[in-house]
Design a protein around this ligand. Structure first.
Ligand SMILES: C[S@@+](CC[C@H](N)C(=O)[O-])C[C@H]1O[C@@H](n2cnc3c(N)ncnc32)[C@H](O)[C@@H]1O
Length: 222
């Protein structure tokens, strides 16, 4: 089973694990890869019947129906803390990921590894994690074509290391990532554009100013 670099990084963060729930599994690639790597059992869940049927067919075609079960449900609604030691939620918006975690308070106890890959609004997810007692333990970038994706490994139980000092855009852990300079360049471009738009509309740009200042500092090793 070959994964794309983004899902491969998510899988690397999941491993080692004994039992995983992958929320928003789509074709169940992640679960199938993880059981191939020795994970004992996996639940591939999705809110939509279409992707879940595709997942079921794929699981059967790989001969893994004994170790990977497909579950139709929104978020973590059908699960409890005993169902997994690892939960992955990848390929969704940061706010959606936060709302899925919020609806499953057992993810905040610290007993579960959480692998999160926000497609958008990563800063909102980081802020939500910080405000709700989770810590980001690892953070890394993956490249697919011209796009960079960030993957987070988080755990409940503490209230720091979510990147507040960087406007919740990244934690210090990302600073040593070889892709970080390129990522920082993309962030700079985005916030410069947003600042210019706000300036021409006569709107306050203090948020952009703060972020651009911090990006300048980290690019000079501050
Ligand atoms: C873009 S795909 C990502 C698939 C895979 N996780 C990945 O990262 O490649 C998003 C999937 O999440 C599912 N999804 C969206 N919201 C969901 C929710 N609240 N609960 C469960 N699944 C959800 C969608 O149906 C879709 O299959």
């Amino acid at each position: 089973m070959e994964l794309t670099p983004r899902l491969q990084l998510a899988a690397d963060f999941c491993l080692p694990c004994k039992a995983v729930i992958d929320v928003g599994c789509d074709h169940a690639y992640l679960c199938l890869y993880l059981v191939e790597q020795g994970t004992e059992r996996a639940a591939a869940s999705d809110i939509r019947p279409g992707p879940l049927e595709a997942a079921k067919a794929h699981i059967a075609a790989c001969g893994r129906s004994d170790r990977v079960r497909a579950v139709l449900c929104p978020g973590l609604e059908a699960f409890g803390p005993e169902d997994a030691d690892t939960v992955s939620i990848c390929g969704m918006g940061g706010e959606m990921i936060a709302s899925i975690l919020e609806a499953a308070p057992w993810t905040a106890t610290g007993d579960h590894k959480l692998v999160l890959q926000p497609m958008t609004n990563g800063h909102r997810l980081r802020k939500w994690l910080a405000d709700n007692g989770y810590t980001i333990q690892r953070e890394q970038l993956a490249r697919e074509g011209h796009r960079l994706y960030v993957v987070l490994q988080a755990r409940g139980g503490r209230k720091d290391a979510c990147g507040a000092e960087n406007g919740y855009l990244f934690t210090e852990k990302l600073l040593t990532d070889p892709l970080f300079p390129e990522y920082a360049g993309k962030l700079r471009e985005k916030y410069e554009k947003s600042r210019a738009g706000k300036l021409s509309a006569g709107v306050d740009t203090s948020e952009e100013d703060e972020i651009l200042k911090r990006l300048e500092e980290v690019s000079h090793g501050a």
